[in-house]
Design a protein. Sequence first.
Length: 261
Amino acid sequence: MLVLAFLLAVVAPAGQPVVTEIERFRAPEARQGVVADRRHVYAISNAQIGKYDRRTKQRIGRWQGDPKLFRHMNSCILEGHDLVCAASNYPDVPMTSSIEWFDTVKMTHVRTRSLGPGRGSLTWLDWHDGSWWACFAHYDNKGGEPGRDHRLTTLVRYSPQFAEQGAWLFPADVLARFAPYSSSGGVWGKDGLLYVTGHDRPELYALRLPAAGSTLEHVATIGLTTGGQAVAWEHGAQRVLWSIERSSSEAVAATVPVLAN
């Protein structure tokens, strides 16, 4: 852990805050995202979810879906006993998206809601301030639609019944870090900031809603010890963020420093 922190400090720009890694273990399903509470870790791939015991790191449950129905599950959050997951048909076009619910006790798929085509490819979803917040990705190359690129990546706010309440674009300097891909993960912090990742850079971007207009404001960039992808706060812990190292299928926990907001 100390070696990782040292290496990150070397490559991170001077003065850039960095996370402190506290835990890491291999989970074969950790190809798209990860979610954790104090007892369990859920590793997510396109059509699989592995449930792991936090203490032993042994897999104690598993869901396997039909790859024809679950083409590209991107990220999940915990809501009570449910995993709520963002899914899409990537890399097919036109882009379509859905939200999938899973029972974490029985490890079964229990509900779906199709969002259809229109906004883009749903990569992450979070519940905050009485609303659903969803990120729809766009890509420059594979999986992209003609006439659209990563700059059209959009954050949408929905009511509990998924009526649209507002939409925002990402700031240009963050979009440049996403290119040629998009945002793969995002979660709201209790500090009122939105923390997002790209597709492969070891960086976490802290954003805020603008006082006016339709473009999010970039507050800070935080160095990660993993290469982007989906992220999730650990339930019951203070500022412990889980992410994945896709190349080695590892689930990773790290403490995120407090930012001046």
